[in-house]
Design a protein around this ligand. Structure first.
Ligand SMILES: O=C(CO)[C@H](O)[C@H](O)COP(=O)(O)O
Ligand SMILES: [Co+2]
Length: 224
């Protein structure tokens, strides 16, 4: 599986499961796929690193079986290294770490790659892109968080646009934008260099995930 390496220059969208109906997760994901989604963003939260609790490897494995879209696990948990083998076993395509949680970031990124997954790091709003200097060669992509981690439906932090530009300048890696991404903010992030647009509330809260996924992707592509 090489979703990130095969992305090329394309701009794509993906649903964040955070705002989906957890009792009908596969169905909700399929509705976004009908709207053009190409990757599923799987938010994992532990009530320690962030004050929220979601789902783990067993649900990821069930979702991987239910969809042919690649699944990206965004680990917002303490001690992520202990969960990497279980998510790899679940069949996720990529694992995104919060560097604040990985005490030995180099080792944990290496573990992800050795497990056969692609690896990324998520920068929270205060984490500088420069902090990735000595692990950038291990990364397949960078996620720029445009909200503080923990919840869906938060307001977009506008400084994130400049941050996307900076990550692209420094590393040339594909950038995933996550947090407060809507048809209004998506074109700004794409213009700055983002290619993967993750959205939860903008896709699921309006009652028509297929329509709203399509709208988001079209809006994002208009930023090129
Ligand atoms: O990682 C996240 C929060 O920690 C979510 O992926 C993100 O916030 C998506 O939700 P929304 O599009 O509603 O902001
Ligand atoms: Co996320």
């Amino acid at each position: 599986m090489a979703f990130w390496r095969e992305l090329g220059e394309r701009v794509v969208g993906g649903p964040s499961i955070l705002s989906a109906d957890f009792a009908h997760l596969a169905k909700d994901v399929e509705r976004t796929k009908a709207g053009g989604a190409e990757v599923v963003h799987f938010d994992v939260m532990d009530n320690h690193f962030v004050p929220n609790l979601t789902v783990g490897p067993a649900v990821a494995a069930a979702l991987v079986r239910a969809t042919d879209l690649p699944v990206d696990a965004h680990l917002q948990v303490e001690r992520p290294e202990s969960l990497v083998p279980a998510f790899a076993e679940a069949g996720v395509a990529s694992i995104t770490l919060q560097p604040e949680t990985a005490l030995h970031l180099h080792r944990t990124l290496t573990l992800i790659k050795d497990s056969g997954c692609e690896a990324g790091v998520a920068l929270t709003p205060a984490t500088p892109p420069e902090s990735l200097r000595w692990v950038a060669h291990l990364l397949d992509y960078v996620l720029v968080m445009s909200v503080e981690p923990g919840f869906g439906g938060q307001r977009f932090i506008p400084e994130s646009v400049e941050k996307v530009r900076r990550v692209r300048e420094l590393y040339g890696l594909p950038v995933q934008a996550d947090g407060g991404i809507t048809p209004v903010t998506a074109p700004r992030m794409v213009r700055a260099g983002a290619q993967v647009l993750v959205a939860g509330s903008a896709v699921f809260d309006g009652g028509d995930p297929e329509r709203d996924m399509r709208k988001l992707i079209e809006a994002g592509r208009s930023g090129r």
